[in-house]
Write a protein that binds this ligand. Structure first.
Ligand code: AMP
Length: 219
Protein backbone atom coordinates (compact mmCIF):
# COMPACT_ATOMS: atom_id res chain seq x y z
CA UNK A 1 0.00 0.00 0.00
CA UNK A 2 1.39 3.38 -1.02
CA UNK A 3 -0.37 6.51 0.14
CA UNK A 4 0.18 10.25 -0.09
CA UNK A 5 -1.31 12.63 2.45
CA UNK A 6 -1.82 16.10 1.01
CA UNK A 7 -3.15 19.28 2.56
CA UNK A 8 -2.00 22.48 4.22
CA UNK A 9 0.64 22.71 6.96
CA UNK A 10 -0.99 22.05 10.31
CA UNK A 11 -3.87 20.19 8.69
CA UNK A 12 -3.14 16.98 10.59
CA UNK A 13 -1.18 14.98 8.01
CA UNK A 14 1.56 13.98 10.43
CA UNK A 15 -0.88 13.04 13.20
CA UNK A 16 -2.93 10.90 10.85
CA UNK A 17 0.10 9.32 9.16
CA UNK A 18 1.30 8.12 12.58
CA UNK A 19 -2.06 6.48 13.26
CA UNK A 20 -2.23 4.80 9.85
CA UNK A 21 1.31 3.50 10.01
CA UNK A 22 0.58 1.67 13.23
CA UNK A 23 -2.68 0.20 11.97
CA UNK A 24 -1.54 -0.90 8.52
CA UNK A 25 2.15 -1.65 9.09
CA UNK A 26 3.26 1.14 6.76
CA UNK A 27 6.15 3.50 7.26
CA UNK A 28 5.58 7.26 7.51
CA UNK A 29 7.94 9.20 5.26
CA UNK A 30 7.88 12.85 6.30
CA UNK A 31 10.28 15.12 4.42
CA UNK A 32 9.73 17.75 7.13
CA UNK A 33 10.95 15.29 9.82
CA UNK A 34 13.89 14.24 7.64
CA UNK A 35 14.88 17.86 7.02
CA UNK A 36 14.57 18.73 10.73
CA UNK A 37 16.84 15.76 11.52
CA UNK A 38 19.32 17.06 8.92
CA UNK A 39 19.22 20.53 10.51
CA UNK A 40 19.75 19.04 13.98
CA UNK A 41 22.70 16.95 12.80
CA UNK A 42 24.34 19.93 11.10
CA UNK A 43 24.78 17.99 7.82
CA UNK A 44 25.36 19.76 4.52
CA UNK A 45 21.69 19.39 3.60
CA UNK A 46 20.69 20.66 7.04
CA UNK A 47 22.85 23.75 6.66
CA UNK A 48 21.25 24.51 3.29
CA UNK A 49 17.69 23.88 4.52
CA UNK A 50 17.70 25.65 7.90
CA UNK A 51 17.14 29.28 6.85
CA UNK A 52 14.67 28.30 4.12
CA UNK A 53 12.54 26.34 6.59
CA UNK A 54 12.64 29.09 9.20
CA UNK A 55 11.41 31.52 6.54
CA UNK A 56 8.45 29.24 5.75
CA UNK A 57 9.62 28.65 2.18
CA UNK A 58 10.12 25.39 0.35
CA UNK A 59 13.48 23.67 0.26
CA UNK A 60 14.72 23.04 -3.30
CA UNK A 61 13.15 20.23 -5.31
CA UNK A 62 16.60 18.79 -5.93
CA UNK A 63 17.30 18.32 -2.21
CA UNK A 64 13.96 16.78 -1.22
CA UNK A 65 13.75 14.55 -4.30
CA UNK A 66 17.23 13.24 -3.45
CA UNK A 67 16.20 12.58 0.16
CA UNK A 68 13.06 10.67 -0.86
CA UNK A 69 14.87 8.73 -3.57
CA UNK A 70 17.34 7.45 -0.92
CA UNK A 71 14.65 6.85 1.66
CA UNK A 72 12.33 4.70 -0.45
CA UNK A 73 15.25 2.37 -1.18
CA UNK A 74 15.62 1.52 2.53
CA UNK A 75 14.36 -1.99 3.37
CA UNK A 76 11.59 -0.79 5.72
CA UNK A 77 9.94 1.08 2.83
CA UNK A 78 9.35 -2.25 1.05
CA UNK A 79 6.29 -2.94 3.16
CA UNK A 80 4.59 0.21 1.87
CA UNK A 81 4.62 3.85 2.90
CA UNK A 82 2.67 6.99 3.64
CA UNK A 83 4.20 10.12 2.21
CA UNK A 84 3.60 13.09 4.49
CA UNK A 85 4.74 16.49 3.21
CA UNK A 86 6.01 15.16 -0.12
CA UNK A 87 5.39 15.86 -2.97
CA UNK A 88 4.94 19.61 -2.50
CA UNK A 89 5.46 20.87 -6.05
CA UNK A 90 4.48 19.62 -9.48
CA UNK A 91 8.18 18.87 -10.18
CA UNK A 92 8.31 16.70 -7.05
CA UNK A 93 5.11 14.87 -8.05
CA UNK A 94 6.56 14.14 -11.49
CA UNK A 95 9.87 12.99 -10.00
CA UNK A 96 8.01 10.70 -7.60
CA UNK A 97 6.11 9.20 -10.52
CA UNK A 98 9.38 8.39 -12.25
CA UNK A 99 10.98 6.94 -9.10
CA UNK A 100 8.01 4.73 -8.35
CA UNK A 101 7.53 3.76 -12.00
CA UNK A 102 11.10 2.42 -12.09
CA UNK A 103 10.24 0.19 -9.15
CA UNK A 104 6.84 -0.90 -10.47
CA UNK A 105 5.03 0.87 -7.62
CA UNK A 106 1.70 2.71 -8.01
CA UNK A 107 0.16 5.23 -5.62
CA UNK A 108 -3.05 3.68 -4.27
CA UNK A 109 -4.51 6.94 -2.97
CA UNK A 110 -3.50 10.58 -2.65
CA UNK A 111 -5.68 11.92 0.12
CA UNK A 112 -6.22 15.64 0.65
CA UNK A 113 -6.87 16.45 4.31
CA UNK A 114 -8.80 19.65 3.68
CA UNK A 115 -8.70 22.43 6.30
CA UNK A 116 -9.46 26.12 5.64
CA UNK A 117 -6.69 28.68 6.22
CA UNK A 118 -8.74 30.33 8.97
CA UNK A 119 -8.19 27.29 11.24
CA UNK A 120 -4.51 26.76 10.56
CA UNK A 121 -2.85 29.47 12.66
CA UNK A 122 -4.46 28.28 15.90
CA UNK A 123 -3.65 24.67 15.10
CA UNK A 124 0.00 25.31 14.29
CA UNK A 125 0.91 27.78 17.01
CA UNK A 126 -0.51 25.48 19.72
CA UNK A 127 1.28 22.29 18.82
CA UNK A 128 4.18 20.65 20.62
CA UNK A 129 5.92 17.28 20.63
CA UNK A 130 7.37 14.90 23.19
CA UNK A 131 11.15 15.28 22.91
CA UNK A 132 11.63 11.61 23.74
CA UNK A 133 9.16 9.72 21.52
CA UNK A 134 7.81 12.35 19.14
CA UNK A 135 4.13 12.03 20.20
CA UNK A 136 2.22 15.12 19.12
CA UNK A 137 0.12 17.36 21.38
CA UNK A 138 -1.76 20.65 21.22
CA UNK A 139 -2.29 23.34 23.88
CA UNK A 140 -6.02 23.36 23.20
CA UNK A 141 -7.05 20.29 21.22
CA UNK A 142 -4.88 17.50 22.58
CA UNK A 143 -3.24 18.06 25.94
CA UNK A 144 -1.40 15.20 27.68
CA UNK A 145 -3.65 13.46 30.23
CA UNK A 146 -1.27 14.59 32.97
CA UNK A 147 0.14 18.05 32.36
CA UNK A 148 3.85 17.95 31.55
CA UNK A 149 3.95 14.16 31.06
CA UNK A 150 3.78 12.36 27.72
CA UNK A 151 0.88 9.88 27.54
CA UNK A 152 2.86 7.54 25.31
CA UNK A 153 6.27 7.29 27.00
CA UNK A 154 6.11 9.29 30.24
CA UNK A 155 8.68 11.78 28.92
CA UNK A 156 8.67 15.19 30.57
CA UNK A 157 10.44 17.28 27.93
CA UNK A 158 8.57 18.79 25.03
CA UNK A 159 9.67 20.74 21.97
CA UNK A 160 8.07 23.26 19.64
CA UNK A 161 9.13 23.69 16.03
CA UNK A 162 11.11 26.81 15.13
CA UNK A 163 8.73 27.47 12.20
CA UNK A 164 5.50 27.06 14.19
CA UNK A 165 4.93 30.77 14.83
CA UNK A 166 2.22 33.08 13.52
CA UNK A 167 4.46 35.01 11.10
CA UNK A 168 5.92 31.94 9.43
CA UNK A 169 2.57 30.14 9.23
CA UNK A 170 1.21 32.66 6.74
CA UNK A 171 4.27 32.19 4.52
CA UNK A 172 3.86 28.41 4.71
CA UNK A 173 0.20 28.76 3.73
CA UNK A 174 1.16 31.00 0.82
CA UNK A 175 3.67 28.37 -0.33
CA UNK A 176 0.97 25.71 -0.02
CA UNK A 177 -1.51 27.57 -2.21
CA UNK A 178 1.04 28.72 -4.78
CA UNK A 179 3.19 25.61 -5.10
CA UNK A 180 1.50 22.58 -3.54
CA UNK A 181 -2.24 22.91 -4.28
CA UNK A 182 -1.47 22.76 -8.04
CA UNK A 183 -0.51 19.09 -7.62
CA UNK A 184 -4.06 18.12 -6.64
CA UNK A 185 -5.25 17.99 -10.29
CA UNK A 186 -2.19 15.82 -11.07
CA UNK A 187 -3.56 13.08 -8.81
CA UNK A 188 -7.17 13.75 -9.78
CA UNK A 189 -6.29 12.97 -13.39
CA UNK A 190 -4.78 9.68 -12.26
CA UNK A 191 -8.07 8.86 -10.52
CA UNK A 192 -6.46 8.42 -7.08
CA UNK A 193 -7.36 11.73 -5.41
CA UNK A 194 -9.66 11.52 -2.36
CA UNK A 195 -10.69 14.28 0.02
CA UNK A 196 -11.39 14.11 3.74
CA UNK A 197 -12.75 16.89 5.94
CA UNK A 198 -9.76 17.71 8.16
CA UNK A 199 -11.84 20.00 10.40
CA UNK A 200 -13.47 16.98 12.07
CA UNK A 201 -12.15 15.66 15.40
CA UNK A 202 -8.90 13.66 15.03
CA UNK A 203 -10.53 10.24 15.51
CA UNK A 204 -13.26 10.99 12.97
CA UNK A 205 -10.65 11.97 10.39
CA UNK A 206 -8.81 8.70 11.11
CA UNK A 207 -12.05 6.74 10.66
CA UNK A 208 -12.69 8.38 7.30
CA UNK A 209 -9.09 7.76 6.19
CA UNK A 210 -9.38 4.10 7.13
CA UNK A 211 -12.55 3.76 5.07
CA UNK A 212 -10.64 5.12 2.10
CA UNK A 213 -7.59 2.93 2.71
CA UNK A 214 -9.72 -0.19 3.07
CA UNK A 215 -11.67 0.71 -0.06
CA UNK A 216 -8.73 1.10 -2.44
CA UNK A 217 -7.21 -1.75 -4.41
CA UNK A 218 -3.92 -2.62 -2.82
CA UNK A 219 -0.97 -2.20 -5.19
P1 AMP B 1 6.49 20.08 7.34
O1 AMP B 1 7.03 19.39 8.55
O2 AMP B 1 5.98 19.11 6.30
O3 AMP B 1 5.51 21.16 7.68
O4 AMP B 1 7.74 20.80 6.65
C1 AMP B 1 8.45 21.82 7.31
C2 AMP B 1 9.29 22.60 6.33
O5 AMP B 1 10.24 21.73 5.70
C3 AMP B 1 8.52 23.22 5.17
O6 AMP B 1 7.95 24.48 5.50
C4 AMP B 1 9.61 23.34 4.11
O7 AMP B 1 10.49 24.42 4.39
C5 AMP B 1 10.39 22.06 4.33
N1 AMP B 1 9.85 20.94 3.53
C6 AMP B 1 9.28 19.80 3.98
N2 AMP B 1 8.91 18.99 2.98
C7 AMP B 1 9.24 19.65 1.84
C8 AMP B 1 9.11 19.36 0.46
N3 AMP B 1 8.54 18.21 0.03
N4 AMP B 1 9.56 20.28 -0.44
C9 AMP B 1 10.14 21.42 -0.04
N5 AMP B 1 10.29 21.78 1.25
C10 AMP B 1 9.85 20.89 2.19
Amino acid sequence: MHLILLGPPGGGKGTQAKKLQDDYGLVQLSTGDMLRAAVASGSEIGLKAKAVMEAGKLVSDEIVIGIIDDRIQQPDANKGFILDGFPRTVAQAEALDRMLGERGIKIDAAIEVRVPDSMIVERITGRFTCAQCGAGYHDKFQRPKIDGKCDACGGTEFTRRADDNAETVQKRLDAYHAQTAPILPFYEKKGVLKVVDGTLPIDDVTKRLKQIVEGVTVG
